[in-house]
Design a protein around this ligand. Structure first.
Ligand code: RIB
Ligand code: CA
Length: 313
């Protein structure tokens, strides 16, 4: 399989952390060209710090980390400390980062990289609000044809909202950015709550992380111990949903996932349904398909892959 050369746009977040660790643990399959950081789960200062702590936890302090947009395109920032804790990475006690942030702004890095690399050779992986990616598209529309694929965690159809009743957090934080992205024509694969709510870290699965006995395995188990509270309390879930790692796992083993090429549009007018992803799952409209919307996964296969790869770090 040809290696994926990727930029991960992220708002760490415990589940972002696991997605990043999975990518950094898979150098034979994935080249991580850089992490571009966005405000989301917690403000930008914290997400930029967390991203570097994760890279150092992985033993990859040479990873390039770029700070990006500190607020959504058209709305005040909404954060999720009630889910991820004050730091955004509550659970393990990780040391402050030593590695520096890159000087360049994340949006400029995205544009420069896509212009410099061969067309169709770069995959964007979006794990948070789409502010950086939409801003890059607006500043440099010429990059659109250079993107191999955008795999993003966001949205929902059967699962509806996880923060407001009608919208998933990443899309809800920056609906205008999501609207730009979904209308851009980029080949998009969407990992909505419909599939991520099936990737639950049950106790046996978290015990398997801890049983790795490594810094990474124990830290991931501690992240999950913290992160699961919100979903267990709200949904009665059997464990924390690993939203963002579905994006990385899709690059490694797409056969673990199933979905449909359909039309997906984003609500940007009504406050009642702001950020809702209106997915034409049953193809009842003439609206052109613009995204592969994933609805299911082989959860045991997903966790086998994840535990095996994390065990390498
Ligand atoms: O709704 C889940 C998404 O919002 C995940 O990406 C999580 O990290 C938060 O950013
Ligand atoms: Ca995230």
């Amino acid at each position: 399989m040809q290696k994926h050369r990727i930029i991960i746009d992220t708002d760490p977040g415990q589940d972002d952390a696991v997605a990043i660790l999975l990518a950094l643990a898979s150098p034979e399959d994935i080249d991580v060209l850089g992490l571009t950081i966005v405000a989301g789960n917690v403000p930008l200062l914290a997400t930029a710090k967390n991203a570097r702590m994760i890279c150092e936890l992985a033993g990859k302090p040479e990873t390039k980390v770029f700070a990006g947009c500190d607020r959504p395109i058209g709305r005040p920032l909404v954060t999720a400390e009630h889910v991820h804790g004050k730091t955004g990475l509550d659970g393990p006690d990780l040391p402050d980062p030593v590695m520096p942030l890159q000087e360049q702004h994340a949006v400029e890095f995205i544009i420069e990289t896509l212009r410099a690399e061969p067309a169709g050779s770069i995959t964007l992986c979006a794990l948070g609000p789409l502010t950086n990616i939409a801003t890059a598209i607006q500043k440099a529309p010429d990059i659109l044809s250079n993107i191999r694929e955008l795999v993003l965690m966001g949205g929902a159809y059967f699962e509806v909202g996880n923060i407001p009743p009608a919208a998933e957090f990443n899309i809800y934080v920056d609906p205008q950015a999501a609207d730009i992205v979904f209308k851009s024509g980029i080949p998009i694969v969407v990992m909505p709550l419909d599939v991520t709510h099936k990737a639950l870290v049950t106790k046996p699965r978290n015990d398997a992380f801890r049983a790795l006995g490594t810094k990474v395995g124990i830290a991931v188990a501690q992240m999950t111990d913290f992160f699961e509270r919100f979903d267990k309390a709200k949904y009665g879930s059997a464990g924390a949903p690993l939203h963002d790692p579905c994006v990385t796992a899709y690059l490694l083993k797409p056969e673990l996932f199933s979905g449909r090429l359909i039309n997906v549009e984003v609500e940007t007018s009504s406050e009642l349904t702001m950020g809702m992803t209106v997915a034409d799952w049953w193809r009842v409209t003439q609206r052109p398909p613009n995204a592969t919307f994933i609805g299911d996964l082989d959860a045991d296969g997903f966790f086998d892959l994840l535990t095996d790869r994390l065990g390498r770090l």
